[in-house]
Design a protein around this ligand. Structure first.
Ligand SMILES: [Zn+2]
Length: 96
């Protein structure tokens, strides 16, 4: 009989699957239930909360541009309305 190497049981790093709550090996990217763990990004530091917000900054800036454009349109409409009001007032005065 070949002597079996007694595998020392190292406490493998485990993580909990948020879907089925099962323990999954930390290196596994996918759980048996099909849940895929998000890949840890080495660039993103999890220490500060400010770094996480950079993910939102792009869409937020885009939305801000959209709103600014809409605001500009509203300003144009306001101008037009004021001009129309002035014209109406003028013609109303003339009519009377
Ligand atoms: Zn799972």
């Amino acid at each position: 009989m070949a002597p079996k190497k007694t595998a020392k049981k190292r406490s493998a790093p485990m993580k909990d699957c948020p879907k089925c709550k099962k323990k999954v090996h930390a290196r596994k990217t996918k759980c048996d239930c099909g849940y895929e763990f998000p890949k840890p990004e080495p660039k993103a530091k999890s220490t500060g909360s400010s770094s996480a917000s950079s993910d939102f900054l792009g869409p937020m800036r885009k939305r801000r541009e959209e709103l600014q454009k809409q605001l500009a349109d509203i300003d144009k409409l306001k101008e037009e309305l004021e001009m129309l009001d002035a014209d109406i007032a003028k013609y109303e005065k003339l009519g009377k």
